[in-house]
Structure formats: C-alpha cells, structure tokens
Design a protein around this ligand. Structure first.
Ligand code: NAD
Length: 509
C-alpha cells in the first residue's frame, strides 16, 4: 500500500491559501474555456491513473469493496469530469432570453460568469464522488476552489492532498485537510459559494457561519428516505435492488432506503424474499465476505448499535455486531412502529426497519408527517400506485423500482428539499451552482422614443405612453386560447399607432 500520511493544514495557513487563490482568480487565468477543459481532463486522469491507490485508500478508510469504489465513485466521477469537459463550451456560452417586444432592442444577454473562490466541504461516505464530482462543476464554471474532505477518511484525504497539486493548477485548486478547528477557520472567511454535503447538525453550523460573511450556500443533506412496497411489485427484483441499496457501503449512503412501508399481509413474503437475497449476497455471512464495508468510526458504530439495541421491533435477520471491527451485520427488523428508536433519525447503517401498514394511505400519512426526504422509492408494477405515491409526497427525488443509481443519471439534478438540502448538483447543475448569471443590457439612444415618458416633469400623457409597455391581464377566470393573442395584437397596434402619431413631438420637432 502506498498511502501517504494524513496531515492537517495549519489553521494560520488557511486565510493565506484563500488569498493566494483570490489573486490567481483575479488574473483571469480560468476564463479561457481551453484552460478549464485542460483542468477537467487532468482531474479525470488523476482518478484514472491512480485508480488502484484510490481503491486502497477507500479500503483503508471504509473497508470499501473495490467494486463499490469503482462503480459508485471512481468511474462516475471520471464520467462527470468528462461530461463537463464535453459540454463546458456550450454551458458557458452567453444566452439571450426569450424574445420580448419591449426589451429586444437593448440586446439582453445572460453572461455565465464564475462566482469566484468557492469552498466544497464533503462527508466521509462517498469521498470521491461528493468532492471531486462538484469540483468538476466548479472548474467548468471557471472558479478557484478549496476542497475540504472529511477527517474521517484520512487515507483518501491524504492521497488527495498529494495528487491534486500534481495534476491540477495549484494556484487555483487546493485541498485543506482538517477537522472542526480547520473547518471553523474556513467558515470564518467569505466565500463566493459554499457547497456543503453532510449531516443536518453540522449544516446548521455551516449556515450560521455563512450568514456572518454572506457566503451563499448549497446544502446536500440526508434524512430518512422511505421505500413503499406494493404487493404488485416484481418481488425478486425488488428485494435485490432494495437490499443492495441498503447494504452498499454498509448502509452509509445518503440516499439509502432508510425504512420500508409494507402492507401487513405482505410482510412475511417480503421478508422471506429479502432474506433469500441477503443469503445470496453473502453465502458465508457478511462478516467473512469481501463484499461488505465497515462503519466509518467507533462513534458512528455506537450510534447505530444504540438505535438497534433500543428497538422494540423483532430482528428477523442479522443483528450481530463487532465493535472492534466496526462491523454491523445486514439486519432486518419487523414490527417496527412509527415511534421506534429506529424511526427517530437517519440510520446510516445496514439496518432496515420494516413498518407494517394497513393501506397505502397510511403509508403516505407516515411519510408526510416527517421531514421531506432526500430520496423516496416506490416498488410496484402498477402505474396508478406509483403515480399516487409520487403525486402525494415531497422528496429530493422519487424513484420507481430502483435505489441509489439515480444520483448518477445524466441530466437529472441531485439535491434535496427542505431539511434534506437546498440546491442541486451533478452535470450541468453543478456548473449552474457555481455560475453567476450576470445580466447585461445595452440601450441605444433612439429608444428614448419609447422610454422618454419616464422623465420628469411627469404628466398623464407620459404615464399613458409608459402604460403601453405593460401587458394587459387575460379575462377574469383565466385565458381562452385566443385571448392573449388578441390582447397582445391590440396593444401592439395601439402602441405603434400612438408612437407614430407622437413621433415629431418626441423628436423635438
Ligand atoms: P458530517 O456533517 O459529520 O461532516 C461533514 C463535513 O463537515 C466534514 O468535512 C466534517 O469535517 C465537517 N464538520 C464536522 N463537524 C464540523 C463542525 N463542528 N464545524 C464545521 N465543520 C464540521 O457528515 P458525515 O458524518 O461525514 O456524513 C453523514 C451525513 O451526510 C449523513 O447525514 C448523510 O445523509 C449526509 N450526506 C448527504 C449527502 C447528499 O448528497 N445529500 C451525501 C452524503 C452524505
């Protein structure tokens, strides 16, 4: 293994780093699209060239199986950088808004400008995806960036600190390593944008600090993501996808199905299918398997174990734990009530509470009485069932018959709603997050013909001429299809007529 030593950045050095980045950003070196493309490609190659070292680091930190590291972290992040590389020219092109009769002559344009010096703070669970994925958006948008990976993944964070200066422009992209004191120092500084991914407790600290410096923040948080189970689902496939969503990274996934809602008389069949699947996944048991990760830290292990120990439900599969190895077996718990210890906070571990419900309406009631989740899953072959779930809930994403992989779906934003987060990233949405939409107009002198009515001394005639610039309302009760067209045509005709009749006076003749 070739993992470098984890070293925290000196707290005093942090303002110096930010200043260095600011100076480099001001030179305008990231304005040319070619520069950004070169950095994006370097980012992709950093991951590809060091694929084995990243996998070793994740094995050291999380006991992360190589398949999970490859399928859910390294390959998707390379793809993310390549997607930005392929599209940055298009994304960065200034846009014109939809043609407007009032404004077109002033050439309204939206310039896509870098926000400036941005900060990305990431959690431990998907260290590559959640730090370097958004970084691709920050680079594509032309920003300088400080990356703050989690102190809970020292092997990954040390490797990143070693590789970033070798591959990326060190004047523009810097890794700051550290825990609370270092992040606190970072948050004392003003940032042109902060992307924070992590738990709600720390999010409150980040948002409070950002309020002092007026730094804009995108929050990517977590919560309890539910799964609705319809007896009319493909049970075998449902059990596979659901169990995979739960056991991946030992359940330490922000969009992992946290709990399931199953009709009472379907629970036994559902549990039987889940157990069969888990036995197929881990024929010798999860502890001996090379395909199962470990809990990141003793504190997280203790938190999950305490939730499990306090449950009033019945464990029907798994339940064993090993504190020394930070191992928690994939565990299924039935007879879980809405007020159980397993239903209080995000589990973030391989434990699945199964809540029996009388009806879909009761399941909806349970979900809707809680915070809006980051993801919501419905397993069913019935279109009406899926539509009822999607149409009567709120969540960051709503997914039918799948778990987790929507995060990587090209073209879809990834983000929460309310307590599960504000804002979104991945693909173009990352670019947008780190881009300032700068409006521009260039008003020619001859438009005084139309806008001259705004100047004092104010008169009724001037007021009437200005009123023509604003659209009339459709008839009360809503528009008929022909209504807006007739009104627009009448207003345009009246406006043109008035202007023509007044032209000499406007020109001072
Ligand atoms: P965390 O909130 O403990 O830590 C996240 C980051 O905040 C780390 O970089 C950490 O160093 C920093 N931090 C910790 N304490 C701090 C403090 N007092 N002041 C300033 N910074 C501090 O999160 P975690 O345990 O690493 O990750 C788990 C949480 O993240 C879960 O709730 C999960 O749902 C959420 N998550 C969300 C997403 C998403 O995209 N929405 C993705 C992954 C994880």
């Amino acid at each position: 293994m070739t993992i470098p030593v984890y070293t925290m950045t000196a707290v005093d050095e942090i303002p110096v780093i930010r200043e260095r980045l600011r100076r480099a950003f001001r030179t305008g070196k990231a304005k040319p699209i070619e520069y950004r493309k070169q950095q994006l490609l370097a980012l992709a190659y950093m991951l590809q060239d060091n694929d084995t070292r990243f996998k070793e680091a994740m094995m050291a930190d999380l006991h992360r199986p190589a398949t999970e590291a490859d399928f859910l972290e390294i390959k998707p992040t390379i793809t993310e950088a390549k997607f930005a590389y392929d599209n940055v020219s298009k994304w960065a092109t200034p846009e014109s808004p939809a043609l407007s009769f009032n404004w077109f002559a002033m050439k309204p344009t939206i310039r896509k400008e870098a926000k400036g010096i941005v900060l990305i703070i990431s959690p431990f669970n998907y260290p590559v995806t959640l730090l370097l994925g958004p970084l691709a958006g920050a680079i594509a948008a032309g920003n300088a960036c400080v990356m703050k990976p989690s102190e809970l993944t020292p092997a990954f964070s040390a490797l990143l600190a070693e590789l970033v200066p070798k591959y990326l422009d060190p004047e523009m992209y810097v890794v700051v390593n550290g825990a609370v004191p270092e992040t606190t120092k970072l948050l004392e500084l003003q940032w042109d944008h902060i992307l924070y991914t992590g738990g709600a407790r720390v999010a409150r600290i980040v948002l409070t600090a950002a309020a002092q410096t007026l730094s804009p923040v995108t929050t990517e948080l977590g919560g309890k993501s539910p799964a609705f189970i319809d007896p009319k689902c493909d049970l075998k496939v449902t059990a596979k996808r659901l169990m995979w969503g739960k056991i991946t990274n030992a359940g330490q996934t922000c969009v992992a199905p946290d709990y399931v809602l199953v009709p009472k008389d379907f629970v036994d069949k559902f549990v039987e299918a889940c157990i069969k699947t888990l036995n197929e996944f881990y024929p010798q048991g999860a502890e001996k398997s090379g395909s199962f990760a470990r809990i990141i830290s003793p504190a997280h292990f203790a938190r999950i174990k305490a939730q499990l120990d306090a449950t009033k439900g019945k464990i029907v599969y798994g339940g064993s734990t090993n504190a020394e190895k930070k191992f928690i077996e994939p565990t299924l718990v039935v007879n879980v009530r809405d007020d159980d210890s397993l239903m209080k906070e995000e589990i973030f571990g391989p434990v699945l509470p199964i809540v029996a419900v009388e009806s879909l309406d009761e399941a909806l009631e349970i979900v809707n009485s809680r915070d809006h989740p980051l993801a919501l899953y419905a397993f069913s072959k019935d279109a009406a069932y899926k539509a009822k779930v999607f149409n009567n809930t709120h969540s960051g994403a709503c997914i039918a018959n799948e778990t987790l992989i929507h995060v990587g779906a090209e073209g879809l934003p990834f983000g929460g709603i309310g307590p599960s987060g504000a804002g979104a990233h991945t693909g173009k949405y990352s670019f947008d997050t780190f881009t300032h939409l700068r409006s521009t107009l260039d008003n020619p002198g001859w438009l005084e013909l139309i806008l001259g009515g705004r100047y004092p001394p104010y008169t009724d005639k001037k007021l009437a001429s200005l009123a023509l610039l604003f659209p009339a309302l459709p008839p009360r009760g809503g528009s008929r299809k022909w209504g807006p067209w007739l009104l627009a045509a009448a207003a345009a005709a009246a406006g043109t007529g008035m202007l023509l009749s007044r032209r000499p006076r406007f020109l001072g003749a």
